[in-house]
Ligand binder design. Structure first.
Ligand code: LLP
Length: 419
């Protein structure tokens, strides 16, 4: 729980916009996941893409989490934060030769292979390094996760994984290869999933394939069931973790595989907020805007997916500015407002048409459930510097990322063209 008092204090101390995370809340989510799956050998490989701050990762490493990575730099982050290499896995449709080589050198648990060509690349790179490449194949089960189309990944029209038949042929090939060691199977059908039925349907399809492979004496050790468990942003009904885990165990049908889960959003989403200050309000005829100092570069989700994050207002500034008669708006106060940032795009909004009491410059606007895909998707668009991040652990605050400044922004650029 992050209280209003601490929000006000942190806003004063570190300025805004600012991300604040509740690490104890994060720990509870990890423990909840582990409890749900405790009947079986399982590894929680936290999906770094949701939020890859190093302090967060090292906190998760101490809770025995591993990492699900989608780039070689995420693999390096996970290792740097102390996640053991045998709990790190690496997925992604476009790994380059250099990425593959580095992943093999770093000796992580396995690489999730997403195409035939990639399998062949891994084999030839492993051969050149005289190394054994542990792999798992990402199967695309062609099941609709019923989520936003941008974050749906398990349909044949999505770029991820390979179909069942291709996967089977790839396993047979890998099993006969001197340098490929197929030890796992993987599926992940999407994110912010609110009904577990499509996950169970996918699990059943994938497990059918595992039985088919067993008949061919291809004996896998791991089933990686991906992430995707949705959270409450407003009033969503979410999946019960215990029944989810039970469903997976049932689908396994007696198979003795270790389960890998890759939750991201579920762990951090509800445990982070983005706090910002009102710069001022304005009316365009009968449209009210509340302009704040956070923008789409800090939290892209509303602009990109029309995602809805609950908004809270903390009144700070009690000195209302008296507007001269000449400049007064003809409108009475309008209850509904768009909460927007300073960026030069009409898509730059954090909330649309929400009820909002009158705000004054300096008041705080809190954007809730911003812990996942918030900072990690932030950018420097409009030459805005990235936010600072603060963690609250056992009631104590810790700055876990400094606010960027102008010097950071231009550090890699060359101001002169030369002679
Ligand atoms: N595993 C794989 C292979 C994934 O692609 C993802 C997310 C996860 C695990 C973690 O999924 P989660 O448990 O967080 O749902 N930027 C979007 C979400 C993109 C998710 C991409 N993959 C958003 O802000 O909603």
């Amino acid at each position: 729980m992050i209280t209003n008092d601490s929000i006000i204090k942190l806003a004063e101390k570190y300025n805004t916009p600012l991300y604040i995370y509740d690490f104890n809340g994060i720990k509870n989510r990890v423990l909840e996941f582990k409890k749900a799956f405790k009947a079986r050998k399982s590894i929680l490989c936290y999906a770094l893409k949701a939020n890859s701050n190093l302090s967060l990762l090292s906190y998760l490493a101490k809770l025995d989490c591993g990492g699900d990575c989608v780039s070689i730099n995420e693999v390096k982050r996970a290792l740097k934060a102390g996640m053991p290499k045998y709990k790190i896995i690496y997925s992604g449709v476009g790994k380059t030769d250099d990425d593959i080589k580095e992943a093999l050198e770093l000796d992580i648990l396995f690489i999730n292979v997403e195409s035939k060509m990639e399998l062949l690349r891994i084999e030839s790179i492993a051969e050149s390094m005289k190394k054994d490449a542990r792999i798992s194949i990402r199967v695309n089960p062609d099941v609709d996760a019923k989520t936003h189309p941008y974050i749906s990944t398990g349909l044949k029209e999505n770029k991820f994984g390979v179909d069942m038949d291709t996967a089977k042929a790839m396993y047979i090939y890998a099993n006969n290869s001197k340098y490929l060691n197929p030890i796992g199977i993987h599926f992940h059908i999407g994110s912010q999933i609110l009904d577990s039925t499509p996950i169970m349907q996918s699990a059943e399809k994938v497990i059918d394939l595992v039985f088919g492979l067993l008949a061919l004496k291809i004996d896998l050790k791991f089933i990686d069931i991906g992430g995707g468990i949705g959270i409450k942003y407003e009033n969503e009904q979410t999946i019960d973790l215990y029944s989810y885990a039970q469903g997976i165990l049932k689908a396994l049908n007696g198979l003795d595989l270790s389960i890998i889960v890759e939750p991201g959003r579920y762990i951090v989403g509800n445990n982070g907020i983005l706090i910002s200050k009102v710069i001022y309000e304005k009316y365009n005829k009968n449209k009210r805007f509340c302009i704040i100092d956070a923008a789409m570069n800090d939290l892209l989700r509303p602009a990109l997916y029309n995602a809805k994050h609950s908004i809270k207002h903390i009144s700070i500034n009690k000195n209302t500015i008296e507007i001269p008669q000449l400049l007064k708006d003809k409108n009475d106060f309008i209850n509904k407002a768009d909460v927007v940032g300073p960026i030069c795009e009409s898509g730059d909004y954090l909330a649309k048409d929400i009820s909002l009491p009158p705000t004054q410059s300096g008041d705080l606007i809190i954007i809730e459930s911003a812990g996942a895909y918030g900072f990690s998707m932030s950018s420097n668009y409009n030459s805005r510097t990235k936010c600072a991040e603060v963690a609250i652990i056992d009631g104590k605050e810790k700055l876990i990322r400094k606010r960027e400044n102008f010097e950071d922004l231009i550090a890699n650029e060359e101001p002169f063209l030369g002679e």
